[in-house]
Design a protein around this ligand. Structure first.
Ligand code: SF4
Ligand code: SF4
Ligand code: SF4
Length: 459
């Protein structure tokens, strides 16, 4: 399978199974559109005839030779060697956890998937004892894994910072005995950041996710406090202080990002990305809101052309900045064309419900934070260190070859079958694709590959 497209003056051909990317000239591009594998030694006469008004016969034949060379080197229309791995998908150790330290929040974001922090189950905080049991749970189920990821999440985790510290201390106290290495992340809305918390976070957390949507008017429209006041003026200086201090530590150079959401209200979100960069941040992620269509901020099918245009604008601006030496990372345009993730990860993606789980303040275990509160998906408890192995296996086996739409999708090895939670909530089944998310994912990939093409030889 190949995927070919034109973007920003480049004619790009991705050979899906080998992962090879070719920037080709017009004639090769046009000829490829006429070819159906398996290719024969001779260029098909109907392809030559179809192009004879535009190109000379000998030029088409020369282009075919070029194509044949790539074909014989298995860099075009290459065979799918991955399907054999699909049957090997077995349950893995649990190596990552999203720990819900607080089902409470000091903001009232309008698009909050967590019902403004409480996940629909009442406002509550995790107690230290349950937090420690969550660590015990990880120690029990991460067998064979040295590195364990723990994300302190909410609601707003800074509302329960003492418990965060108690859990970190407990986990560290177990590292040597169990031969583990914990890597902590905290995801915060920034309201309660102060110098003491910043210094603790920069010392203990390998990664920090700072939520902000971009320009003041954009952020404040959908991320207000309970009294209706916007959050921008409080969080921006807090984030700037945190990042400035963090960058003093070279080792952690890349380990933070500012993360936002775009909605129907800011389809010109490239401006928000640029704004965040101008505020001094160079690790940026802005994601499309995923919600029911009736929400006034929802992204619908009709918005897709406008969003595609915006991704292209952003990609072009990023190339300019990179070339000028003032580049930044936009997470959705980051792609590794050389190595990529291992085969299993390419096929299965985020690992939710299998390698990764979420734990609530009550100690309940769910496949990931987006499943929290859906009683049917509860899959255990840290209190009795239990996990439903059938559910775990169900997630372990879900991969791009068990998802009908993904099997034949050119983006499958980068997208890895999309977000199971979104598929379940908005398409009704983790094995179904959520159309709008797919279209956006594919557009981002096209932009990411084009950026690589544009930067080839410059990085
Ligand atoms: S900060 Fe996060 S948890 Fe709190 S209301 Fe906003 S989106 Fe929801
Ligand atoms: S873009 Fe959609 S169809 Fe393609 S692999 Fe991802 S989830 Fe599957
Ligand atoms: S299912 Fe979706 S929300 Fe849950 S961890 Fe995976 S990508 Fe994230």
């Amino acid at each position: 399978m190949i995927h070919q497209y034109r973007l920003n003056g480049y004619s790009i051909v991705l050979d899906v199974n080998s992962g090879a990317v070719h920037v080709v000239d017009e004639i090769v591009y046009d000829l490829l559109e006429k070819l159906v594998p398996p290719l024969q030694e001779e260029c098909p006469e109907e392809a030559v005839r179809a192009l004879e008004e535009k190109y000379k016969r000998e030029d088409v034949l020369a282009a075919y030779e070029e194509i044949m060379e790539l074909y014989q080197a298995e860099l075009l229309f290459s065979a799918d060697d991955y399907e054999q791995y699909a049957g090997m998908m077995v349950a893995s150790p649990i190596k990552a956890m999203c720990l819900h330290v607080a089902h409470d929040c000091n903001l009232r974001c309008k698009y909050c998937f967590a019902s403004t922090g409480d996940f629909g189950g009442g406002r509550k905080l995790l107690d230290a004892q349950t937090g420690k049991k969550a660590i015990d749970f990880l120690l029990k189920y991460s067998h064979g894994r040295k590195n364990i990821e723990l994300d302190f999440f909410g609601g707003e985790p800074l509302m329960n910072f003492d418990v965060v510290k108690a859990v970190v201390e407990y986990a560290r106290s177990k590292e040597e005995e169990y031969g583990k290495n914990f890597r902590f992340t905290i995801t915060t809305n920034g309201i309660l950041l102060d110098d003491e918390k910043i210094s603790y976070i920069n010392r203990e957390m390998s990664n920090v996710v700072l939520s902000i949507d971009g320009r003041k008017e954009v952020n404040d429209l959908l991320r207000p406090a309970p009294n209706g006041k916007g959050s921008y003026d409080v969080i921006v200086p807090n984030y700037q202080r945190l990042v400035e201090k963090r960058l003093e530590n070279e080792e952690d150079r890349w380990q933070y990002y500012v993360r936002g959401t775009f909605t129907k209200h800011n389809l010109d979100f490239a401006k928000d990305v640029m704004h965040l960069n101008e505020l001094g941040f160079d690790q940026i992620s802005i994601e499309p809101v995923v919600s029911e269509e009736y929400q006034e901020y929802a992204i619908t099918e009709k918005d897709l052309p406008r969003i595609f245009e915006e991704y292209e604008t952003l990609a072009k601006q990023m190339i300019e900045r990179k070339k000028a030496g003032t580049g930044f990372n936009f997470f959705h345009f980051m792609i590794d064309l050389n190595q990529g993730p291992c085969a299993i990860k390419r096929l299965r993606g985020c690992g939710c419900g299998n390698e990764y789980v979420a734990v609530t303040p009550d100690g309940d275990v769910y496949p990931c934070h987006q499943f929290v509160g859906m009683e049917d998906w509860k899959m255990g408890s840290v209190h009795d260190l239990s996990v439903d192995l059938k559910k775990k296996d169900y997630f372990a086996k879900a991969n791009v070859y068990t998802k009908e739409e993904c099997k034949n999708c050119w983006a499958k090895f980068y997208c890895s079958g999309g977000c199971n939670a979104n598929s379940y909530q908005y398409a009704g089944d983790i094995h179904k694709a959520h159309h709008i998310s797919c279209e956006l994912e594919k557009k981002r990939l096209e932009c990411a590959i084009m950026i690589k093409a544009a930067m080839a030889g410059e990085e």
